[in-house]
Design a protein around this ligand. Structure first.
Ligand SMILES: Cc1ncc(COP(=O)(O)O)c(C=O)c1O
Length: 461
């Protein structure tokens, strides 16, 4: 992404829940200007949807909901969920239910990247903990909800990232939201430098902090450096970015960002959500693979993707984790993850620390899928990761192609439309796993080729 990535971020922000209708430019806004110039989040576009006074002075809420949903539908970006039933031990196959019909499909868009959600070691650990400790944690971490399974999992995570400590959250979204908002709001005067491609959870955490934010161009270290250089050296700073960007599959320049951050006295915050379990000799992510874990102030990850369970975390120094533990409302005021979830996640991490077979199998299948699609003339975005974005470029076609793959070929790939990706870059995001067979790959390529042909997509280039 180049210059328009800032625009992308701003439009993305406008579409976020609670963003309200108007946002000043993200990179120049101060806390004061941001709070004063936008409408109250509780009353977005309040005048537009009021019924005429002769009918009623009150907002017709149902009418408002429907008209907003109709807007999404008319743009072709209304989200329709696929009702799946996953089959134990049979990943990536699932039953898809639609109306009265029920059929077996192959899932090609799961973030259970290595099939660990079905791994026997994970399931055994979860069954064991369920039988030992029951269902829920029974409280917040502070009040009765810290179990031995949480403590062991945090140790496992700290070790995974070669850090002193780790802290669990209920999801990766919450870990980003809570940590970024806490660090930026609790360090007086802190300025956030945020990559334009950052995930919604990071953006929301930054917004919630009300700290001044500068959005640097995606993966552009020079732009970051210019912005850092312009700040008072005494200003506390935090550079927030990702390793693998989930939709384009490109990878952040971690070392170069750490170099400039060090030169200007900034902390570094790296989201490794789409990399943990998948890269590095023990699955510690891209920073682990590149020997850079020690350069990062905070490494954030999820237990819900390659580790196949659910939950989020940060890893870093004792003092940093203790600070977030002590000041983050998103950590303090919520029930802890169930102990059996923590036990399953720990088993998954332990397994992937010792076994590279899943990572190698995934990488081999990613290479196969890419080579086969390239040969078939299907357009893909190039990248160095496990994510294969097949480019469609139109929301209505994207949805129709996805529907046809499901209905005619028993292949499930969810369409990805705005605001998850910029308009005009709508795509099918394919995520090959080690469990897809050669026959699955043959079937995917043949199906895509047939639908592409039928939709006239080959002539569109
Ligand atoms: C880059 C990134 N960070 C954080 C998250 C949130 O992680 P989780 O799904 O565990 O809430 C996602 C989710 O897709 C993501 O893509």
């Amino acid at each position: 992404m180049t210059d328009d990535s800032e625009t992308h971020l701003e439009t993305h922000l406008r579409d976020m829940p609670h963003a309200g209708g108007e946002m000043p430019p993200h990179d120049t806004a101060t806390a004061a200007s941001r709070t004063s110039s936008r409408p109250s989040p509780q009353h977005p576009e309040r005048m537009t949807f009021r019924k005429p006074p002769e009918t009623s002075p009150f907002l017709d809420y149902e009418d408002y909901f429907r008209s907003k949903l109709d807007g999404l539908k008319s743009e072709g970006r209304y989200r329709v969920f696929a009702n799946l039933e996953r089959h134990r031990g049979a990943f990536p196959h699932a039953t898809h239910r639609k109306g009265d019909s029920e059929r077996k499909v192959t899932v090609w868009c799961s973030n259970d990247y290595l099939g660990m959600g079905q791994h026997p070691a994970v399931l055994e650990a979860m069954h064991g903990a369920l039988d030992r400790s029951g269902a829920g944690a029974g409280g917040t971490r502070n009040i009765a909800g810290t179990t031995n399974d949480h403590v062991l999992l945090e140790r496992e995570l700290a070790d995974l990232h070669d850090k002193e400590a780790a802290l669990l959250f209920t999801s990766g979204y919450v870990s980003n939201w809570a940590t970024l908002s806490t660090l930026a709001s609790q360090i007086p005067g802190c300025v956030i430098l945020s990559d334009a491609g950052n995930h919604a959870s990071m953006i929301e955490g930054i917004r919630h902090s009300r700290a001044p934010v500068q959005v640097f161009r995606h993966n552009d270290v020079d732009d970051l450096e210019r912005r850092l250089a312009a700040l008072d050296p005494r200003t506390p700073k935090l550079v927030a970015f990702e390793s693998v960007y989930s939709m384009d599959g490109d990878i952040g320049p971690i070392e170069a960002i750490c170099d400039v951050a060090d030169a200007y006295g900034a902390m570094t915050y790296l989201d490794e959500v789409h990399a943990v379990g998948l890269y590095g000799p023990r699955g510690g992510g891209i920073a682990d693979r590149e020997g850079l874990s020690h350069r990062l102030t905070v490494i954030e990850g999820t237990l819900g993707k390659a580790f196949g369970v659910v939950g989020g975390y940060i890893a870093g120094s004792h003092a940093m984790c203790d600070f977030v533990r002590s000041f983050a409302s998103g950590f303090i005021f919520t029930t802890a993850l169930p102990p059996f979830v923590a036990a399953g996640a720990a088993a998954s991490i332990r397994h992937l620390k010792a076994s590279a077979a899943e990572r190698q199998g995934q990488q081999a299948n990613v290479a196969k899928v890419r080579a086969r699609l390239a040969k078939a003339g299907i357009p893909m975005m190039e990248n160095q990761s496990h994510i294969v974005p097949v480019m469609v470029g139109d929301p209505v076609s994207c949805k129709r192609i996805s529907d046809r793959l499901m209905d005619e070929h028993d292949i499930y790939v969810q369409p990805i439309n705005y605001p998850t990706v910029p308009r005009g870059t709508e795509r099918l995001r394919i995520t090959p796993t080690p469990m897809h067979t050669d026959a699955d790959i043959d079937h995917l390529v043949a199906a895509l080729q047939a639908v592409w042909q039928d939709e006239g997509m080959f002539n569109r280039r």
